[in-house]
Design a binder for this molecule. Structure first.
Ligand code: ADP
Length: 394
């Protein structure tokens, strides 16, 4: 005998058949409520829990169909099995259409009934388990959605706070730098060597702090969605040539050469000029910073459909594979003596990535440790929209 918690209501007006059926099911370990009248069945269904109902279709008082209807209404998961004589087979088929689990034609085979009940209860358990899982999945999804929303709001608040804070910090810092400059120029009076040394330190620390604040401000402004791109048509070679002169003091000091190779007939970019300049400045500053004296830097630009693909190449120290993605994260700097020596905020590439992505482009790096790096990015050309060319990653 298999003990089970399931309760089965059996409704059969023929006393002999009722006793046999109840006996078989009790032997199988079920809790059985045997009833002769349909009205009693309706009463029991209303007031006590049950898992399955076996009912004769033809009862002297209330019809089996009514028992089925109420059972399904009270417990939609319950299995209802109809028992019918040959004369009412059509009604039994109709009952199955209305949600009955199965029907048996009299005389009922006890083993078949036991198997059918066992299958019905198994299916019921699986259904309930499924429902429970779906419910718990929906609950987790809701929690996840709420947590995401919370995170999004927190990130937004953080970006806005940083943007406002950085903005407020810049004003007094500019005063510190400005007055240091004034004193170094001797405007308020002569200064001695030690005082000059102190002022130089104040100036360089102030400028470093200003760089950091400017980067944080740029990044947080873009992240908080405060930045609107001022899109115009711009010639890439003009931007690069302008940058070449800005970069000259840095490259000349390190005896590095800068080669520019822009594909002939490249259409203008459709982009924010100041932001594109910032992208080139950050990438070229890194290229010169992380390339030994005498190295070569190169800017290449080619057309890829309606996109311009730019490479900023150096033959410097390169980046280990495991650091390749992380360098685009805010404040991430590769831990090398050179990085420490050169200074920096770890925000340059994060800003670059935000700018490129805001234009709909992509940025990635191909690099070999010890040999050099090629930072590649795409920006839209001033031509009709075409799907993005994608990229080959190595
Ligand atoms: P920063 O230059 O201020 O440290 P970035 O976000 O611009 O910050 O760069 C993050 C890190 O990526 C750098 O600290 C450096 O370790 C690495 N990196 C960036 N550009 C290069 C490059 N051209 N060659 C080698 N390493 C680079």
């Amino acid at each position: 005998m298999m003990p089970t918690e399931a309760t089965i209501i059996v409704v059969e007006d023929e006393a002999g058949a009722l006793v046999t059926l109840c006996g078989i099911l009790e032997d199988a370990g079920y809790r059985v409520i045997g009833l002769k009248k349909g009205a009693d069945a309706l009463e029991v269904i209303r007031r006590s829990p049950f898992n399955a109902v076996i009912t004769d279709i033809r009862l002297p008082d209330v019809g089996g169909m009514e028992v089925l209807e109420l059972a399904k209404e009270i417990n939609p998961d319950a299995a209802v099995i109809m028992i019918t004589g040959y004369a009412s087979v059509e009604t039994a088929v109709e009952a199955v259409n209305q949600g009955a689990y199965a029907y048996f034609v009299k005389p009922v085979n006890p083993d078949e009934m036991k198997t059918t009940i066992a299958n019905a209860l198994k299916q019921q358990r699986l259904l309930l388990e499924n429902k429970r899982l779906v419910d718990s999945l929906q609950r987790s999804n809701k929690l996840l959605y709420e947590a995401n929303e919370e995170l999004r709001r927190a990130t937004q608040a953080k970006s806005e706070f940083l943007a406002n804070m950085s903005h407020e910090l810049r004003t007094p810092l500019n005063v510190v730098i400005g007055f240091s400059e004034l004193m170094l120029d001797g405007v308020p009076g002569e200064i001695n060597k030690e005082q000059r040394q102190c002022l130089d330190d104040i100036m360089s620390s102030g400028k470093h702090l200003l760089d950091l604040i400017n980067d944080v401000l740029d990044l947080s402004k873009i992240e908080s969605g405060k930045v609107e791109l001022k899109l115009t048509n711009i010639a890439l070679s003009d931007v690069v040539e302008l940058l070449r002169s800005t970069m000259t003091p840095m490259t000349a000091q390190k005896k590095q050469s800068l080669i520019v190779d822009v594909e002939d007939g490249l259409p203008p970019l459709h982009a924010d000029e100041a932001k594109v300049r910032q992208v080139f400045f950050n990438l070229l500053s890194n290229a010169t910073k992380f390339t030994p004296d005498g190295g070569t830097l190169k800017v290449e630009a080619v057309r890829k459909g309606n996109w311009c693909q730019v490479s900023v190449i150096d033959n410097g120290i390169g980046i280990k594979q495991e650091e390749r993605e992380r360098i685009f994260e805010a404040f991430y700097r590769v831990d090398t003596p050179l990085t420490k020596e050169r200074g920096g905020t770890g925000l340059g590439l994060a800003v670059v990535r935000q700018i490129i992505e805001k234009h709909g482009g992509q940025i990635w790096v191909e690099t070999e440790y010890g040999k050099g790096s090629r930072f590649m990015f795409t920006l839209p050309l001033a031509t009709a929209g075409e799907p993005h060319p994608g990229r080959d990653r190595h």
